[in-house]
Each structure stands twice: as structure tokens, then as C-alpha cells.
Design a protein. Structure first.
Length: 442
């Protein structure tokens, strides 16, 4: 195929003029800073480029469209596309999402030498003869956009409201905020459109809001369903003069709608976590870790968090967080009775044998005057059938011994995996290695 492609591309504009070729709605090229997520989108600082609304030629409805791309690195002068080895070439993938159909795209880790324009080649012929050539905007020197923090959800049910806090500063102006919703329970297949067949699954983008003027948003009716696992992304965009996006941060938070009837009275805002799966020291995944970034926690109010569910959970504060003062298990899972385990410096010890759903356990009243920096909730029956990788309705309330921020983690405990405190740091260090494979996706 590469010989055929070289022949076709060598024909250049004359081939384009000879016959009808695929069309696009628009092209894009932007720097994306993706948080950890469970939708299989590449994490970290990446470049994403491609075309939206790709359609076959008018005279060939339903035809398969092939896609390929290339760019000349910054600082180099490239000659013929098919003959000069300095060109960086990359095949395109198609994802046909509910809210963004027929998008052809490619991605790779951010590289300042690849911030020029990308050529997009499309054809309904495997030989790329004829072909259409589209040119993306240049990325230029735009900076990576930081993430939002303190993302919460209130108004449980199918039309919840989400809110967040903007970063204190950003290297590029924040010109636009949007909310996107992804369905993790019903992913779409992403397929290569050139070369050897390759495919993977990603969460389906269901919805994108209009640009927002405030840091809160109520999801519209008819979008969510009970029993479905979603991701909500809060997007901060830096926009070019022509209105296209140059840089974006996407802060993903896992969310499953909670039926209000399953929660006790008084449960209000629920802080949502970002998924960051990490391996054990053996390289195996013992359970997902959900990280939080919640401002203004303290001893005088309860912060409710919605983590994964399993046979138990291990909680830990961040490096500069105040200690935990008390925990309240708000939801009723299994028989609704839980064990509270604390760390005595050498081993885990059971501090409460039957904490009922809705009740609180105050560490400062049970021998920990300064609070604790870690604890575990155990005792969820395996027969309850909960899934450590599924965010359902298990809500936990936390209070802290002093005012501050919560940047800690929660480790889902499975039947065979009760982590020792010494392994926390090792698992967190392993995050980057585990997520490296995702950098091919976006």
C-alpha cells in the first residue's frame, strides 16, 4: 500500500482536481492536557490533530474513507512528501461518537518540533488516487492548560449540577469553558484508516455544552440514565482568533447517577474523583485509586466523596492535607454494617466492628487525638457483587481536624488485596508507567 500511496500523493493537486474526493466539516490541531480517566483517552500533555465530519465523495455514499497525515518538523525544510525522510507521518483513526460523528484524528506526546501544520490526506481509494489534502492550523508556541479543581456534584438524580474551581493562574488565557459527558458503559470502536488494521475502545462522547459563563452547570434532562457509568470532563480552552481551539485541559471525573432514595438525609455536594489506576509492586493491578482535589475541608463540615466500590476502601491524605477527624458511611451496601480499621504504626487494627450506614466514627474520640492520616473501611460482603472499577452509589463523608485542602487518595480493596501503608508510595510512583500505553490514544 505504501508504494500505491507514494504514487498517488506524487500526483498532488492534479489528482485532487480529477475526481470527487472526501470532504470535511473542519480541521483541528491543538495541545491537550488530559487528566487520568477511565474512558481510555491518552493522559498527559499531547498533540491532537485531524478533521471532523469526514464524509465520502457525494457520488460514493457509504464508501470507506482512508486517512493519513504528515508534518514537517519545526526548523527543517522538507521537500517532496513521499521522498523526503524529514517528514513525520502518522496514520489517522476514525471514531464515530454520538456527539461527534466521523472524526478522523491522530495524537502523540507533545513535542515542540511538531507544532507546525499537519497535512491531512483523505481518499475513498486505497491507492489514494485521487486524494483530498487539508491543512490544519499551526499549533505554535501555545502552552499547556492547567486543570480545574474542587469538582463537586449536587442535586442527585438524573439532572445533577456540577461545579468546579478555576486554577489560580494559567500560562495562556482561559477563553472558554465547556462540559462534556462520556458514556463509559457503552464505548465506541476506534479504528485505523490506513495501514495494518488496528482498533481499540473509547468512551462515547454523548454531549458537549455551549461555552459557559460560570463555574457551574446543570446537566440537561434526558441525557443520563441510572446504572450507567459516565465521565464528566470540565474543559478549559485557549482559543485562536478564528475561533478554533489551540490548547485545552480536560479534567475527567467519573460519575454514576445516584438515586436520591438510596442516600440518607443531609447528603449534599459530593466531590468527584479522577481515576488513576496504578499497579502493585508485582506489576499487577490490585484496585483503582481515585484521587481528589477538594478545597476548603475542615472540622466543622463533612465532605462527601463518591469513590469506587469493592469489599472495602483504604483512605490516605495528601502530603500537606490535614488529618482525618471522622468518617461517615452515607450509603447502604450489603448489610449496611462496616468495619473501621486504623494503623498503629506497625499493623492494621479493627477500631469499630459494626459501623452502621449513616453513622459516623470520630477518630479523635477513639484514641487518635490528632486524627489519622490513613484508615480503611472494610466489611462489604463479596455477595453484594460490587465492582472495584465501577463508580456506583457508595458515598463516604469525611471531616478533618483542621481547615485546608484534600488531595488524598482512595484505594479500592478486593478480597485478596489489603495494602500495607509502605506500598502506597510505590503504587503512586507506578502511575506514570501504567498510563504510558494510553499516549497513542486521545
Amino acid at each position: 500500500m505504501k508504494t500505491l500511496l507514494a504514487t498517488a500523493l506524487a500526483l498532488g493537486a492534479s489528482a485532487h482536481a480529477m475526481s470527487a474526493t472526501p470532504t470535511v466539516a473542519n480541521v483541528f490541531n491543538l495541545r491537550v492536557n488530559n487528566s487520568a480517566n477511565s474512558g481510555n483517552r491518552a493522559t498527559g500533555d499531547i498533540i491532537v490533530w485531524g478533521a471532523n465530519g469526514v464524509a465520502p465523495p457525494a457520488g460514493e455514499p457509504g464508501a470507506y474513507v482512508y486517512g493519513f497525515s504528515g508534518t514537517c518538523p519545526v526548523g527543517k525544510t522538507c521537500d517532496g512528501f513521499t521522498t523526503d525522510p524529514d517528514w513525520v507521518k502518522q496514520r489517522l483513526f476514525e471514531r464515530d461518537m454520538t456527539g461527534l460523528p466521523h472524526q478522523y484524528f491522530a495524537s502523540r506526546p507533545y513535542d515542540p518540533t511538531l507544532t507546525g501544520s499537519w497535512r491531512i490526506y483523505l481518499s475513498s481509494s486505497e491507492s489514494f488516487n485521487p486524494n483530498a489534502v487539508y491543512q490544519t492550523p499551526e499549533l505554535g508556541s501555545v502552552a499547556a492548560m492547567p486543570f480545574v479543581s474542587s469538582m463537586t456534584v449536587s442535586g442527585s438524580g438524573l439532572t445533577p449540577s456540577v461545579s468546579w474551581t478555576l486554577p489560580a493562574s494559567a500560562p495562556s488565557s482561559i477563553d472558554q469553558m465547556r462540559v462534556r459527558v462520556f458514556d463509559n458503559s457503552h464505548p465506541v470502536t476506534v479504528e485505523s484508516r490506513y495501514g495494518a488494521t488496528s482498533s481499540f475502545l473509547q468512551a462515547d462522547q454523548l454531549f458537549q455544552s455551549a461555552p459557559l459563563a460560570s463555574t457551574s452547570y446543570t446537566l440537561p434532562a434526558g441525557l443520563l440514565s441510572y446504572g450507567t457509568h459516565y465521565s464528566i470532563s470540565i474543559d478549559l480552552n485557549h482559543v485562536r482568533a478564528d475561533g478554533s481551539h489551540a490548547s485545552r485541559s480536560a479534567s475527567y471525573f467519573d460519575f454514576t447517577p445516584i438515586n436520591p432514595a438510596t442516600l440518607p438525609a443531609g447528603v449534599g455536594n459530593i466531590a468527584l474523583p479522577t481515576l488513576a489506576p496504578v499497579p502493585t509492586t508485582e506489576g499487577l493491578l490490585a484496585g483503582p485509586v481515585y484521587g481528589f482535589s477538594v478545597a476548603d475541608v475542615g472540622p466543622d463540615h463533612v465532605t462527601f466523596i463518591d469513590p469506587v466500590v469493592a469489599t472495602g476502601f483504604g483512605y490516605a491524605t495528601g502530603a500537606t492535607d490535614p488529618n482525618f477527624k471522622a468518617v461517615q458511611v452515607a450509603s447502604n451496601v450489603g448489610d449496611g454494617l462496616y468495619e473501621v480499621w486504623t494503623w498503629d504504626g506497625h499493623a492494621w487494627q479493627k477500631s469499630a466492628a459494626a459501623l452502621a450506614a449513616g453513622a459516623s466514627f470520630d477518630f479523635t474520640a477513639h484514641g487518635f487525638a490528632a486524627g489519622v492520616d490513613r484508615f480503611q473501611i472494610r466489611g462489604i460482603e463479596a455477595s453484594a457483587g460490587v465492582n472495584a472499577f465501577d463508580v456506583t452509589g457508595f458515598v463516604t463523608g469525611l471531616s478533618f481536624v483542621a481547615a485546608g485542602n484534600f488531595t488524598g487518595t482512595m484505594q479500592a480493596l478486593t478480597v485478596d488485596a489489603v495494602p500495607e501503608p509502605a506500598t502506597w508510595a510505590l503504587w503512586l510512583v507506578g502511575t506514570a508507567a501504567l498510563l504510558t500505553w494510553r499516549r497513542r490514544q486521545a
